[in-house]
Design a protein around this ligand. Structure first.
Ligand SMILES: [Zn+2]
Ligand SMILES: [Zn+2]
Length: 216
């Protein structure tokens, strides 16, 4: 997840019912049009289990709705208006508390990815392979951008891309396979191969490795 406006995380919200600090949580994903969206990526929620609306809510929900649930106090960023959210379990939202530091790092990664995607169309004429490599090696980048980057490797015809890619652990075998194919083509086009013993690049027709002296 990434948040467009990180300043929101600096806001302080105090629960009017229990004085506990309300914690910034990721808003749950909602289907567009069902009317449940809060129009915010972040919700400040009182997760204090001694908060009266939470403590007393179980019985209220049981009596009024006939199912298991209670309420959590919630405020939206930039507002002190108190909202009551129905939750089905004490665990609701505890898994979506936002750590501002983690969020900052995720935002930074996201911005780098966006910059790399924006640079893709011109990086070949600029002779700059770095956006291509950034996308290929970024496991969190969107697959479409990474695929495009893998395709562009062949156009750069730059053998220096081999080591970082070989040293990278791909979470998805599909990217590992796609890069393997491209690197194979790249080596062939340059009449090179990788020594199976020391992984150094050698001439395709070599019978003995220049680096480790192994017989091939
Ligand atoms: Zn509270
Ligand atoms: Zn070798």
């Amino acid at each position: 997840m990434h948040i467009r406006n990180l300043d929101v995380l600096e806001e302080e919200h105090i629960c009017p019912d229990c004085n506990a600090k309300m914690l910034a949580c990721e808003a749950p994903p909602v289907h567009v049009g069902d009317g449940l969206g809060w129009g915010s990526e972040v919700l400040f929620i009182c997760l204090n289990d001694d908060c009266p609306p939470f403590k007393n809510g179980w019985q209220k929900v049981d009596v009024n709705y006939g199912h298991k649930g209670t309420f959590r106090n919630m405020q939206l960023p930039g507002s002190k208006e108190l909202n009551c959210m129905m939750v089905a379990s004490p665990m609701a939202f505890t898994g979506s508390i936002i750590d501002p530091e983690v969020m900052r790092q995720q935002n930074e990664r996201f911005q780098k990815e966006q910059a790399a995607i924006a640079a893709l169309p011109t990086c070949l004429e600029d002779g700059d392979i770095s956006p291509v490599m950034a996308l290929i090696l970024d496991e969190a980048a969107t697959p479409a951008g990474r695929k495009k980057a893998v395709e562009m490797l062949i156009l750069f015809n730059d053998l220096s891309c081999i080591d970082p890619i070989r040293n990278h652990t791909f979470a998805k075998t599909e990217f590992k396979q796609a890069t393997d194919i491209v690197l194979e083509r790249l080596l062939k086009a340059n009449l090179k191969k990788e020594c199976p013993f020391c992984a150094e690049l050698i001439k395709a027709q070599a019978k003995k490795c220049l680096h480790c002296k192994a017989d091939l």
